[in-house]
Each structure stands twice: as structure tokens, then as C-alpha cells.
Design a protein around this ligand. Structure first.
Ligand SMILES: NC(=O)C1=CN([C@@H]2O[C@H](COP(=O)(O)OP(=O)(O)OC[C@H]3O[C@@H](n4cnc5c(N)ncnc54)[C@H](OP(=O)(O)O)[C@@H]3O)[C@@H](O)[C@H]2O)C=CC1
Ligand SMILES: CC(C)(CO)C(=O)C(=O)O
Length: 330
């Protein structure tokens, strides 16, 4: 039987996986929760321009405004997968509380989000369901409502949370990978996804805040001063030290060099990290998931992270300015 899928958060990443999953199963089985882009997507579907999947690709999933609407439209049939592609930012009500009506005992919850320590709120809310923690390499930007540009790379790493989850949960990870392959995407299943999370965090904890604070794409920032590369590398080395203190010795200075070389190989202007897109739009950013949580782990483990603390202080200040601006707009 075709799986039924709910995607929560149809922005840049959510749109790409909605496209992939509409190809893997029937669009009628893919329900996608849209907020600011609801009007456009419900009328015109989602459009993807991708250097990997192709140009001007349009899909028409079942577009809903809320999880309750998706449950009603699904006519009592349970969701096999709930896929979270919203930003990992605290909200009221929380995302797990919003998802609750769509989660039955057979539902697998997959989190496609950056950062570290993002899974616990889902584990507490849904203690028996398979929770899949996913790390995505997929530079994508929603350039206007319902239209997403994607380039360079496309790969999803999948693992259970926690890594010691029962074998049935591991089967869910394999099934999700198979579904993504059927939709033409790349996915790999890992025994311990946290290693992949730390490896990706090297990139995100350095590039995302630095690009957001400097309003520059990665290559633009590297060219902006003779100190730029040292700052990026310095933050990455601090994250590597925290990863090592957390039991991941493979997150080494060689991995840092590899991640730096991926950026320096890019032509100008380079990649726009998702946090730069948020800063440019005055939206709140994933400050805690990407910087605050590793900083707290560093403090608990006695790892010195002066650059990370500086970045956190500046980023929190910028994030606070967005909150104040939103409140003053009413
Ligand atoms: N973009 C990228 O290149 C990459 C992003 N990532 C990670 O993937 C995750 C998703 O990022 P990205 O796709 O860029 O984020 P976007 O901001 O582009 O999309 C998030 C979407 O979630 C929606 N959303 C948030 N909260 C709610 C809610 N309560 N109800 C309904 N919709 C909601 C937003 O709606 P609205 O428009 O109304 O705010 C938006 O459409 C993040 O963790 C990011 O760090 C990882 C790799 C690359
Ligand atoms: C840096 C990048 C684009 C890597 O895929 C990313 O993860 C993000 O934008 O948040």
C-alpha cells in the first residue's frame, strides 16, 4: 500500500522533499503544511529549479494550513510518516504538540533539521514511535512563495534516535531511505547518526551565523578580509573539540580542512546558508539548535570555546532585534 506522508514546514527543504516524495508515491498521499506560502502553493503547487533534479519541476501535493486540516483531509487514514522540515526553533505551541493529531502508534517521525540536541522534545512527546534524526546536505532557498532553487549536492543521512532504538525503528529508517530512493533522491542509513550531526555542525555552527552576521554568502565572506578564513576555521575547530569530548574522535582537524575545502572550491558568490536567508528576511534563527546547544555541551564537558561564545552572543543579539522589530510591528 502507498504510504501516507505529512510534511510539516513547507519552505526550502520541505518543498524539495515534497517533490521527491510525490514522485515516490502518489501526490494524493502527500500532505504538506504551508503557512506564509499557502495561497500560492494551494493554487499553483510547488516549483523546483534544481541543478540536480531538473528545472521548472512542478508538483501538486495535498496542501493544508494545519495538521488538523491534514487529518480531516486524510479521512481517518493514519500517516505512515510525519516529516518535520520547519526550523528547529522553540514555539508555542511546540511543534510536537502541533503534530499530535497526526501521530498514531504506527507513525514514524523524521526530523530533517540542522543542529544538535533537537530530538529530545519529540522523544518525550512520542516515547514509543520511531524517531528518525536526519542530516541533510542540500543547499536550497525559497526565492519566492512556492518556488525553490537548489544546487550542488543532495544527500540525506538517516538514523534512529536514540541510536540504541529497537530494531523495528531501524527498519523504519531503511523504509524511509527506500522511499526517497524511489523518488530519485539519495539517502544513507547510519547506526549512529550523531556522528553525522557533529560533522554537519562543523559547517553550520561556523558558516550559518558568520554569514548571517556579515550578510554575506560563504565565498563573499572569505574574500572580505584576511582574517575571515581563520575565524571560520577557528569556530569549526572548537566544534570539533566539543564533538571529540562527546565521544566522536573522528570529527578531527582533517574533517575541518575537508569542510573548508568544500567552500573554497566554490565559485563566487558561494552558498547562501539558511540562517542568512532568515537574517535577510528579519526572521528568528536557529540560534540554540546550531550554536547554543553545542556551547552548553562544551561548558558541561569543560571544553574552552571562546569563538563560539562570541558568535553566540552576537547572534543572540541579532535574533533579539528581530523579535523586537516583529513585536513593534504588532
Ligand atoms: N535551506 C537549506 O539550504 C538547508 C536547510 N537545512 C535545515 O533544514 C531545516 C529547514 O530549513 P529551511 O527549509 O531552510 O527553512 P525555511 O524557513 O525555508 O522553511 C521552514 C518552513 O516551515 C514553516 N513553518 C515553521 N513553523 C511552522 C508552523 N508552526 N506551522 C506551519 N509552518 C511552519 C515556515 O513557514 P513560514 O514561511 O510561514 O515561516 C517555512 O515555510 C532547518 O533546520 C535548516 O537548518 C539544512 C540544510 C540546508
Ligand atoms: C550550509 C548548508 C547550505 C549546507 O547544506 C546548510 O546546511 C544550511 O543552509 O543550513
Amino acid at each position: 500500500m502507498s504510504p501516507r506522508i505529512l510534511i510539516f514546514g513547507t519552505g526550502s527543504i520541505g518543498a524539495v522533499y515534497t517533490y521527491v516524495l510525490c514522485r515516490a508515491t502518489k501526490p494524493v498521499n502527500v500532505f504538506t503544511v504551508c503557512r506564509s506560502n499557502y495561497d500560492v502553493v494551494s493554487k499553483q503547487g510547488l516549483t523546483l529549479n534544481s541543478t540536480i533534479f531538473g528545472q521548472n519541476l512542478n508538483v501538486r501535493p495535498q496542501v493544508v494550513r494545519t495538521v488538523d486540516e491534514a487529518v480531516a483531509a486524510s479521512e481517518g487514514k493514519p500517516f505512515d510518516y510525519v516529516i518535520v522540515t520547519a526550523k528547529a526553533i522553540a514555539s508555542t505551541p511546540s511543534i510536537p504538540d502541533q503534530l499530535r493529531p497526526a501521530v498514531s502508534e504506527s507513525t514514524t517521525i523524521a526530523l530533517i533539521q540542522n543542529g544538535i540536541g533537537i530530538e529530545d522534545i519529540y522523544r518525550s512527546a512520542f516515547p514509543s514511535n520511531p524517531i528518525l534524526s536526519c542530516v541533510v546536505y542540500l543547499p536550497a532557498t525559497q526565492v519566492r512563495p512556492g518556488t525553490v532553487e537548489h544546487r550542488e549536492v543532495e544527500l540525506l543521512h538517516i538514523g534512529t534516535y536514540p541510536s540504541t532504538a529497537p530494531s523495528a525503528h531501524k527498519d523504519s529508517a531503511d523504509k524511509l531511505a527506500a522511499l526517497l530512493h524511489a523518488g530519485g533522491a539519495s539517502a544513507e542509513v547510519h547506526d549512529d547518526i550523531q556522528q553525522s550531526r557533529w560533522s554537519k555542525l562543523l559547517v553550520n555552527a561556523a558558516w550559518n551565523p558568520i554569514c548571517a552576521l556579515s550578510r554575506s554568502r560563504d565565498m563573499q565572506f572569505l574574500q572580505s578580509s584576511p582574517y575571515a578564513l581563520d575565524l571560520v576555521k577557528g569556530v569549526m575547530l572548537e566544534i570539533a573539540a566539543v564533538a571529540q569530548a562527546s565521544g566522536y574522535p573522528s570529527i578531527s582537524s582533517e574533517v575541518v580542512d575537508f569542510q573548508i575545502s568544500r567552500a573554497t572550491a566554490r565559485p563566487l558568490p558561494g552558498v547562501e546558508p539558511s540562517m542568512l536567508a532568515d537574517a535577510a528576511a528579519g526572521r528568528n534563527m536557529e540560534v540554540d539548535a546550531i550554536v547554543g546547544n553545542p556551547l552548553r555541551i562544551a561548558e558541561a564537558k569543560g571544553v574552552d570555546t571562546p569563538l563560539l561564545k562570541t558568535v553566540y552572543a552576537l547572534l543572540s543579539g541579532l535574533d533579539g532585534s528581530f523579535t523586537r522589530a516583529r513585536q513593534s510591528r504588532g
